[in-house]
Design a protein. Structure first.
Length: 135
């Protein structure tokens, strides 16, 4: 089985947003075993797996990223604002794709894991994601 679809996420504010439910609602009946590949088609946001229960993790993640890549630094690539180059670098740090195993017809994530969109721009807009299921 091979399934692929492209979805558009709603616009999110800057920060880390749990999107597991948005991904799952666009998936077909999953095979008994396989892989879900998630690819984000943008260079100023990222995807990650992390803590899905305590919202302070999302807050701390944003603060840590801002300390590592501050907007107060001078960057050559700044035509779209002070958040532009820092967002590109943060995207490269976090990554633009995830691969999650499928076992027993379900995503095989840890009990405390969730899929996050990390929006690194102040106004990033709607983001496009490609979902591919392979068995």
């Amino acid at each position: 089985m091979m399934f692929q679809t492209e979805i558009t996420l709603p616009q999110f504010s800057r920060g880390c947003h749990l999107i597991t439910h948005l991904i799952e609602k666009h998936l077909p009946n999953l095979p008994s075993s396989g892989l879900l590949h998630i690819f984000l088609k943008h260079t100023s946001a990222g995807l990650t797996l992390n803590e899905n229960a305590d919202p302070t993790v999302r807050y701390d993640f944003e603060n840590i990223m801002n300390r590592i890549v501050p907007e107060s630094q001078r960057y050559e690539h700044d035509e779209e604002g002070v958040d532009d180059m820092p967002a590109h670098f943060k995207s490269s740090m976090v990554g633009a794709s995830l691969t999650i195993p499928i076992t027993g017809g379900r995503l095989n994530m840890g009990i405390w894991q969730g899929i996050y969109l990390c929006e690194f721009r102040n106004r990033g807009g709607a983001r496009k994601i490609v979902l591919t299921v392979c068995s």
